[in-house]
Each structure stands twice: as C-alpha cells, then as structure tokens.
Design a protein around this ligand. Structure first.
Ligand code: UDP
Ligand code: MG
Length: 330
C-alpha cells in the first residue's frame, strides 16, 4: 500500500574523509541513482577534515551536481559529519551513505519502496562479516551483547549508518542535545517504525578505511558508556560479592583462632588479596572515570562540529527559499 505523497524530496548525506580516490566516480553515480528516484533531491557532502584534496574535488563537482557542501574546520569524526548533514537536510526523506561504494546504490530504490509502504526508518543490515577476522567478529558480538543487556533499546548488531529516514525521524534526531554521539544507538533510541533490508557490503573501491582498531575501540567504548549502565552494575555486583566473600572468610578465620586455637599464618594470602583488590578498585575507578568523562564533555557544551565553509548549490535550497518568499508575501 502506498501511503506517501507522490512528489517527495530526498536529501542524501555523504560523510567524506580522505576519499579523493572515490569522489570523482561516486558523486556522479549517486546523482544518477537519486535522479531515478525523485525529481527533487540534493546531495549533502560533509568534508570532515580531509587532507588528500577531497574538498577541492567536491568543490569542482558542486555546481554540476547541485551539492550542498559543508567543510569542517578539522576532522571531527563520522558521527559529527552525519550529524551536520542531518542538521541541514531539507528533504522529506534523508538517506545516509558512505562515499566509498561499500553501500550499494542499487539498494536505494528498495529503501524508498519500504518507506512508501509506510515505514519511517529503513536500515541496511549487512549479511555476514566475511572479510573480518575471527577476533573482530567475536569482539563485535560481545560488544553488542554488553550494550543491549544494559540499555533500554535494542541496537541491531549488523546495522550501520546506511539508512533512510523519514522527516519525523530526522526531527527527533535533531532534537537530541547530547555531545557524545553514538549514532547507531541514537537511531534505535528515537524508535519509530523501522525495517531492515539485507545487503552485502561491497569492497571499498579506492583508498583505505579510516577506522582502525584504535578508533573502532574508541567508538565502541563511547557507545557502551553512553547507552549502557551495565559496566557500573557489574562492578557494584562484583564489589558486593567480594565483600560478602571476605566477610565469610573472616568469620572462618575467627572460628579457627577462637575455637580451634590455630595460629593463622597469612602474609602470602594478605599480599595476594591486597594486590587483587587494589586492581579491582582501580578498574572500578576507571569505569567511573569513563562515565565522568562523558558528563564532563556534556557540561562543556561545545558544539559537535565547526563549519569552516559552506557552499550551497542544492536545488532544494533554491526551492525552499522561493517557498519562504511566497509565504512572506502572502
Ligand atoms: N568518514 C568520515 N570521518 C571520519 C572517518 C570516516 O566522514 O573521521 C567517512 C568516510 O569518508 C566514509 C565513511 O565515513 O564515507 C565510512 O568510513 P570508512 O569507509 O573509513 O569506514 P568503514 O567502512 O571501514 O567502517
Ligand atoms: Mg567504508
């Protein structure tokens, strides 16, 4: 059943960080794919502090392909780039897609089809993680287990940023004020009628991935500590169990001394348990510190990104301005 208007506009957000090898082919391909879907669309390219000339390439393509181009003052990360794109998107639907051809353009009509059926969010669900190492696959599964055990929403494991969102979802996302942004969690948190479409992640066409082990771990920790209170609960439970165990052990020692008259030789046990409990305490302080660091960055109220330059050649911008002028006159 078709419940959406026939004439709808699309904003497509593309985060770009050092994608010079892909931009010249990707933007025209995306433009052609979008032109097949709607008469009214815009491409919002967010240049996230590229150092390989991606910005210049985008500027060259801006007028020909009607780009809305946002240049960050430095690299703020993919989550910030997506946030900036979502903030300035004007379309009735917003699509998020990577610039490296890993997200198949052929899926866009399928996503639009699902949206037309009435779903508010359509997300790509990667089938399989073939190219990844055993360690990375299991670490990812463990991470999702942890985060979903400790959070009130269910964050699907193989869903990424490749998705289509209706305007109602976009407005809900824009209203979230937090600085520590873990987008995969935020999409799940806002809710709405969501549906998955499976896809196979393509090979990166040019360049290299910006996400190494260190940045993935950082992102995972951000997600874990901003969406789950499980780490805190684990350590409180552990603290309780250890204290209870120590109490029982103490009682047992007392019984030995008082009732059986045994001399308790115990310096080795003492040294080992001292080291063990110091370790436990340090880890607990570390976990508390992680939460405190998140609070710290929230209270500073710094913006998520800084725009150094903006060039808006989007056809939707022209149209919106004309509409606003008409409204002012009326
Ligand atoms: N990206 C970004 N800022 C960053 C890192 C990446 O905007 O700091 C963009 C990048 O240009 C690409 C998308 O995010 O369009 C996904 O990045 P990448 O392909 O490096 O990640 P992977 O696909 O390996 O997870
Ligand atoms: Mg990629």
């Amino acid at each position: 059943m078709d419940v959406r208007p026939h004439d709808f506009s699309i904003s497509c957000v593309v985060p770009v960080h050092n994608e010079a090898a892909n931009i010249p082919a990707f933007i025209p391909a995306l433009h052609a794919a979008l032109a097949g879907l709607s008469r009214r669309f815009e491409i919002i390219a967010v240049n996230d502090g590229s150092t390989d000339g991606s910005g210049t390439l985008l500027r060259e393509l801006a007028s020909r392909y009607g780009l809305c181009l946002i240049d960050f003052s430095r690299n703020f990360g993919k989550e910030a780039a997506l946030t900036a794109g979502i903030d300035c998107a004007r379309g009735d639907v917003v699509i998020l897609i990577d610039a490296d051809f890993q997200h198949p353009l052929e899926l866009l009509p399928v996503m639009i089809g699902k949206w037309r059926e009435g779903h508010d969010m359509v997300y790509g669900l990667r089938n399989g993680r073939d190219g990844e190492s055993w360690l990375r696959r299991h670490a990812t599964a463990f991470f999702y287990y942890l985060i979903n055990r400790g959070s009130s929403v269910d964050i699907p494991m193989n869903a990424g940023d490749f998705r289509l969102m209706d305007r109602c979802v976009v407005e809900a996302l824009k209203a979230l004020p937090e600085r520590t942004r873990f987008m995969k969690g935020l999409y799940a948190w806002v809710g709405f009628d969501s549906v998955a479409v499976p896809f196979h992640v393509q090979e990166r066409q040019g360049g290299t991935s910006s996400f190494g082990l260190a940045s993935l771990t950082r992102l995972a920790l951000t997600g874990l500590f901003s969406f789950s209170d499980l780490p805190l609960r684990i350590w409180s439970t552990l603290g309780f169990l250890v204290a209870f165990g120590a109490l029982l052990h103490g009682l047992w020692l007392l019984e030995e001394v008082w009732l059986d008259g045994v001399k308790v030789p115990g310096w080795a046990t003492l040294a080992v348990s001292l080291m063990f409990f110091s370790g436990v305490q340090l880890i607990s302080v570390g976990i508390l510190g992680e939460y405190l660091a998140r609070v710290f960055s929230e209270v500073k109220q710094r913006p998520n990104y800084i725009v150094a330059r903006r060039e808006d050649r989007s056809p939707l911008a022209v149209q919106k301005e004309a509409e606003a002028r008409l409204q002012r006159r009326a």
